[in-house]
Design a protein around this ligand. Structure first.
Ligand code: DGL
Length: 291
């Protein structure tokens, strides 16, 4: 028998483990929902040089797999690069599937920056996209944005959970790339002309936030989109009438939802990431054949 819509899981995917930062926020906002997460780590990174056609083809293939194998009721594209390249195509190709994308937090950054100078770190794919350029144009009236494409940073974060387990060199590599790219944006602080707000425009970079915080100092606001995307997902499900109930039929609080994670890359890497960032046991994770 087909499960009732509200009982079906929410699909979440990213080029790799970066979208786990969005899944953290989704689980906080929607604790009674079941989630199926797909890390396309076998094909990561999407954003350095893969190009739109490849990212579109992967996005559609993953969406179809999540629908066919898991009957998802909505899909969160937890990847700025895939959202920029493919969310419109996804919506027109699978119109029945509510799709929630992520985009760099330029609007909230423009609203909260006091120096009117904002730094943005994202992948080359995101910053070169027409969607990002439209977003930038829409919020540049009173704010100057310094934008930096961060080749290699998402890959270095992916590699930090791959076997052999995180070596000090891997942290050093992430640190060096963060220093290079944050340094290229300009000077950070609260003085006139300083960048006082930093937008993390790639879901992987959330896992380098502590290193970036060290580099930009304590006063700078660092924005990511996980919580906003989670609230938007709640709104979309509420409109569709497919939110999982918060109480069971006898009025007791509903159980916490289940999470299953799949990877097209290395199983041990996903297990390490799921344990480190979501406190989930290794048995929640499954490897898929690389496609
Ligand atoms: N995590 C992805 C994003 O938010 C992409 C990283 C990559 O694969 O390049 O843009």
């Amino acid at each position: 028998m087909t499960a009732l819509p509200a009982a079906r899981p929410i699909g979440v995917f990213d080029s790799g483990i970066g979208g786990l930062s969005v899944l953290q926020a989704l689980r906080r906002e929607l604790p009674h929902e079941d989630f199926i997460y797909l890390a396309d780590s076998g094909n990561a990174p999407y954003g350095d040089e893969k190009g739109d056609a490849f990212v579109q083809q992967r996005t559609l293939a993953i969406a179809r797999w999540l629908c066919a194998q898991h009957g998802i009721k909505a899909l969160v594209v937890a990847c700025n690069t895939a959202t920029a390249a493919a969310v419109e195509l996804l919506r027109s190709t699978l119109p029945e599937l509510p799709a929630i994308g992520v985009e760099p937090a330029l609007k909230p950054a423009a609203a909260c920056s006091q120096t009117h100078h904002v730094g943005v770190l994202a992948t080359r794919g995101t910053v070169g996209s027409a969607r990002f350029q439209r977003l930038l144009a829409a919020h540049s009236a009173h704010t100057r944005f310094a934008v930096q494409a961060c080749d290699g940073l998402a890959r270095a974060i992916e590699q930090s959970t791959e076997e052999p387990l995180p070596a000090p060199e891997s942290a050093a590599k992430i640190g060096a790339l963060c220093a290079q790219y944050a340094g290229a944006l300009g000077s950070f602080g609260l003085k006139t002309g300083d960048i006082d707000t930093l937008v993390l425009g790639c879901t992987h970079y959330v896992f380098a936030k502590d290193m970036l915080r060290e580099l930009v100092g304590p006063e700078v606001q660092i924005l990511d989109t996980g919580a906003a995307v989670a609230r938007q997902t709640r709104r979309i499900l509420a409109q569709a009438g497919t939110l999982a109930p918060e109480q069971s039929a006898d009025g007791q609080p509903a159980e916490t939802g289940q999470v299953r994670l799949y990877t097209t890359g290395q199983l041990a890497a996903l297990q390490a990431a799921a344990e480190r960032w979501l406190d989930l046991p290794a048995r929640c994770c499954t490897a898929l054949p690389r496609t």
